[in-house]
Design a protein around this ligand. Structure first.
Ligand SMILES: *Cc1c(COP(=O)(O)O)cnc(C)c1O
Length: 487
């Protein structure tokens, strides 16, 4: 590693015999001897440090991180937006924080009301008849939705449907989920403007197709204007239409997948509905279905009985079970709090602002960056590297130069439709000033690239780790202190 500034590990700050604690003497008179089978034979290798060193080490290490609470994070296809702190506070309320999944449903009526209220709100937002909240992530929701689709076809005695169609611009989880659910994947081509090639789609539709998976707006932020024609063609061969609603921001209060003809959809609560993400969880990928498909949703289900009370039930028609219980409950609380505090008007404003902000950045920078598909876009858009192709400055260089200027990089080299993809999603939560400062940084990088390309290629210079060997870091990461010592 040729790191300019590399903060030492806590082990490197260790001094033999140094202590950060003091325990009172043991003076109860009785001695307990642990059985030797339970005792270790060599002392653990632990850092020996004083208390201020421990506190400073971890406090300083924590500031080496970059998060949406520390700066702008325009990561395309990811919706890294600011999440209101009041929704986190809701999760701490003792009577939900102390719930146990094994307690009888009758003693958790409030929690079941939260589940049911959120499912109903998502039905209204997505234009669906029923929702399960159980899946733990977007990809898990896709898998669940495909299992629902499989159950629907098999229940009709239709066993010929072995294929799932996936556009070439799709998020990688789409083909992965379809494969997990046991389907063969057939790719559908995109047109030059990034939308689905409907002729190619139609040529691949027949009675062996179980479903078409779509993202709309698609991964390059374009709304699929042919969606009525697509829905008609898919349904005409008896297949279903699946909606990847991971990034629902621009649709909030503007358009509903159910109204566009989609039969099954998932939503990422950890992108659109106020759960911070990026650290690996917890998340939730609720799945909604149109009328008639509800009976295939996974167990367990929350349903209202004749007595008006909610209960947890198991049904034989379900496509299976996606987890032990009813999913990641704290994520539901945050999502419901977000939906209720925003109100219908607030949600519709979020959808429009997500679109406005993306178009503002796109139009402000399109003279300096190559825009392969002209707008207007929805919540995100893709540049294909710098407009000035003579500089030799790559998208990777631009991304790293942004780090020096205090911004998280956009998504790079995805989608694969373009060589130098820079996929930018500003989200609705950023101020005009933040957007302007990002535009200024991007413009500065582009102008520097034309004047002095090497200066951009040398970036980053100001980050804790500067130029790791990317291949080596991916293939042989050093993840323990021992390995580092061995180097
Ligand atoms: C994020 C995302 C997913 C996957 O969601 P996970 O929760 O990461 O599994 C699927 N599709 C699209 C379009 C996404 O942006």
């Amino acid at each position: 590693m040729n790191n300019k500034l590399y903060s030492p590990l806590i082990f490197e700050k260790s001094h033999k015999g140094r202590k950060g604690y003091s325990l009172p003497d043991y003076d109860y008179g009785v001695e307990f001897e642990l059985p030797s089978s339970l005792r270790r034979h060599t002392a653990p290798v632990l850092p020996e440090v004083d208390e201020p060193t421990v506190v400073r080490h971890y406090t300083n290490s924590s500031t080496n991180n970059f998060g949406v609470d520390s700066g702008f994070y325009p990561l395309g296809s990811c919706t890294m937006k600011y999440n209101p702190k009041v929704n986190e506070a809701m999760v701490d309320v003792a009577n939900v924080a102390n719930l146990h999944p094994l307690q009888p449903a009758a003693t958790a009526a409030g929690a079941l009301e939260i589940y049911h209220s959120l499912a109903s709100a998502l039905c209204r937002i997505g234009g669906m008849a029923e929702f399960t909240l159980n899946p733990f992530a977007g990809a898990h929701g896709e898998y669940t939705g495909l299992m629902v689709i499989r159950s629907y076809h098999l229940d009709r005695g239709d066993e010929t449907r072995t294929k799932v169609l996936v556009p070439d611009s799709a998020h990688g989880t789409n083909p992965a989920s379809a494969a997990m659910a046991g389907f063969d994947i057939v790719e559908v081509k995109s047109l030059a403007d990034g939308t689905i090639d409907v002729d190619d789609l139609v040529s691949k539709l027949d009675n062996t197709v179980a479903a078409l998976m779509m993202t709309n707006p698609n991964t390059i932020g374009m709304f699929e204007h042919s969606i009525p024609r697509i829905a008609e063609a898919v349904h005409a061969v008896g297949a279903l239409l699946y909606y990847d609603g991971a990034n629902l921001n621009p649709m909030l209060g503007v358009a509903r997948p159910g109204d566009m003809g989609f039969d099954v959809m998932h939503i990422n609560l950890h992108k659109t509905f106020s759960t911070p993400h990026g650290g690996g969880g917890p998340g939730a990928g609720p799945v909604g279905v149109r009328d008639g498909l509800g009976k295939y949703l996974p167990n367990p289900r929350v349903v209202r009985g004749a007595d008006g009370l909610l209960d947890v039930v198991f049904d034989d028609t379900a496509c299976g079970r996606m987890g032990a219980w009813l999913g990641n409950f704290t994520v539901y609380i945050k999502a419901l709090a977000y939906i209720l505090t925003m109100g219908d008007e607030g949600l519709a404003m979020a959808g429009k602002l997500a679109t406005l902000n993306a178009n503002y950045i796109m139009n402000s920078l399109k003279s300096l960056y190559e825009l392969p598909v002209a707008g207007p876009c929805k919540h995100e858009f893709v540049f294909d590297g710098l407009k000035d192709k003579s500089t030799g400055v790559t998208t990777m260089n631009v991304a790293k130069a942004l780090l020096d200027r205090g911004f998280h990089a956009p998504t790079i080299y995805f989608p694969l439709l373009f060589h130098e993809s820079l996929m930018i999603e500003p989200t609705e939560t950023e101020s005009r000033e933040t957007l302007d400062s990002f535009i200024a940084a991007m413009a500065d990088i582009a102008l520097t690239a034309s004047d002095n390309p090497q200066a951009v290629k040398d970036a980053p210079l100001n980050t804790p780790v500067v130029h790791p060997d990317e291949d080596e870091a991916a293939l042989n990461p050093i993840v323990t202190y021992k390995e580092l010592c061995a180097k």
